[in-house]
Design a binder for this molecule. Sequence first.
Ligand SMILES: *[C@@H]1O[C@H](CO)[C@@H](O)[C@H](O)[C@H]1NC(C)=O
Ligand SMILES: *[C@@H]1O[C@H](CO)[C@@H](O)[C@H](O)[C@H]1NC(C)=O
Length: 391
Amino acid sequence: MENSSHNARSLVSCSNLLFLSLILSSNLLTLLVSTNFLSTCSLESPQSLPITTAVEQPPPDCSGKVDLPPEFIAFTSPQKLPFGVNANFDSDEILPPVGSPCTRLQPMLRRYMSYEVNGSCPDDEALAQKLLLGGCEPLPRRRCRPPAPKAYVEPYPLPDSLWSTPSDSSVVWTAYTCKSYSCLINRHTQKSSDDCNDCFDLNWREKHRWTSDKSTDLDFSIDEVLSLKKAPGTIRIGLDIGGGVATFAVRMMQRNITIITTSMNLNGPFNSFIASRGVIPLYISISQRLPFFDNTLDIVHSMHVLSNWIPTTLFHFVIFDIYRVLRPGGLFWLDHFFCVGEELEKVYVPLIESVGFRKVKWGVGRKLDRGLELNEIYLSALLEKPLINSW
Ligand SMILES: *[C@@H]1O[C@H](CO)[C@@H](O)[C@H](O)[C@H]1NC(C)=O
Ligand SMILES: *[C@@H]1O[C@H](CO)[C@@H](O)[C@H](O)[C@H]1NC(C)=O
């Protein structure tokens, strides 16, 4: 299977298809599929993949009222499965998903989906991100090649890549104010209001995060957190939500722990930078359901992102989703959550407590960076999903 997916010829070879249909289908289905297959098999060849065919038929419910871009309709329309009903899909067609608000963002969607099929995509990262943050998430797929740097430079090898600034030529800079890493590195000296404005300087604050010998009320150290688990080595895989330049994942990799880091590219090439360091970026917003199965991750960390800017109902869903993906005994490290004064006790503590985590560590302190008068408060907590947790 793995090999054949890289080989267009074997994908269309009759024996493989028959084999596939045999393993995928019930007996009755196999009969249907193989009859169907006999009639279509000879049509397919690697040269005639339908990359340039336009939309065949817009779905009736869309074509009338709203005028959606043809490529959008091509992607989102139900598409017949070549071998008929598939038990896994419980259908003979497949419906590629997009965020439901896509169709409410028509002008942006129209621009985003206007491109030449099998050509180069427009250099429109900013537009795509705006669309995505507007709720069109997941974005529709496109049949074009994304812009790439003119003279791409390959990343440093591990472990050097973990703490090196990559080449400027590994990034398409169009969407950002800065056009180089040195500009991003200097940003923290310029009081910019950008997210994570001192993150790109790996010799600045990033260098020391989570590494102190002793935790404080708000700043826990990674080694102390890991040592709190009774069974050593059982924290192996996890997620960092809104993880900036992924220094958390890098620190964890140095302890042989695999962390995936979600990030947007808010006025900076966060995803490219994270990948250049040699850890995995995941381009999803805070709104999206986490793409992990229930009870699978050992740890979820999030610093400075889950805070009172998130509408309370969404926040409630987010915390439950984190709880869902954590395995029993998994850790949720809520790092520097912040809100204003009495909000903490009135809204957030009851909300967090209601989900059913066990409190391992819990620290509260003043947040002073924007001034005492704002009365902002930080909470850092280490929470454990109980081993027995369904009720
Ligand atoms: C698709 O684009 C590639 C690269 O430009 C080109 O080599 C190929 O011939 C195109 N295929 C079709 C079917 O137009
Ligand atoms: C990580 O794994 C490597 C290879 O198994 C091992 O040599 C090394 O000691 C491990 N490092 C830590 C910090 O556990």
